[in-house]
Design a protein around this ligand. Structure first.
Ligand SMILES: [Zn+2]
Length: 219
């Protein structure tokens, strides 16, 4: 018999719908995480020990995609941090960008990670060798602060939109992530915000993403 199960509190706060690895923009609450989730104790004699009764958000395909996309964006931010150290530049020096792309094994990876030319410009979006249908997000940094810009919508998002099949043809499923540093040279003031495609042109982020986020187990 399965024992009574207590769901993880971070995903089941009353009245709060948790999406991916995000907290409301401006919030100081802890981020919901995957890594702290542990399967409930179950009777192994009658139940598959791998079965967590469907309570992990990773068991829901839609949630799993948000979690894995957030994790890939978080990985991008760590790649930016490493690139800054390697180049001797700062977050403020130039933009970095990458696509988040669904892989054949179902995971989501950072693809085409590149620095921009500087001067407030990001690297061009390069779909060489990428099936646009597999693109689930675009992530870039804003060295000069600010969250998301008009050209991000009218150029980058529009470009992917015009591919026809980006995000498998459902642009409401295309995520735009922007990393910013509020106080330059202070990595502790670095933020990662997300817009879900479909709120075209909105400049206000609804959610901040955990920069330490990890993908679902098995992703
Ligand atoms: Zn931008």
């Amino acid at each position: 018999m399965p024992q009574s199960i207590t769901p993880p509190p971070a995903t089941n706060l009353p009245g709060v719908t948790v999406i991916g690895q995000r907290r409301p923009a401006g919030s100081t609450n802890p981020f919901p995480t995957v890594s702290t989730w542990e399967p409930p104790v179950i009777d192994h004699s009658t139940i598959d020990p791998e079965d967590n009764q469907g309570l992990s958000p990773c068991d829901d395909p839609a949630q799993r995609e948000e979690i894995d996309a957030d994790a890939a964006a978080a990985k991008f931010m760590r790649m930016v941090a490493a690139a800054i150290i390697a180049s001797g530049e700062s977050f403020a020096t130039r933009e970095y960008g990458a696509l988040l792309v669904r892989q054949a094994d179902g995971s989501i990876e950072v693809v085409g990670f590149a620095p921009g030319p500087g001067g407030g410009y990001g690297p061009p979006v390069d779909l060489t060798g990428i099936n646009p249908a597999d693109v689930v997000g675009y992530v870039h940094t804003h060295p000069s602060g600010g969250i998301i810009s008009g050209p991000d919508w009218t150029e980058v998002y529009a470009y992917l939109y015009n591919q026809g099949t980006a995000a498998n043809g459902d642009m409401t499923n295309l995520r735009m992530y922007v990393g910013t540093e509020v106080n330059q040279y202070e990595a502790s003031t670095r933020y990662l915000h997300v817009w879900k495609g479909g709120n075209w042109g909105s400049t206000d982020p609804l959610y901040e993403v955990n920069q330490e986020g990890q993908p679902c187990p098995g992703s």
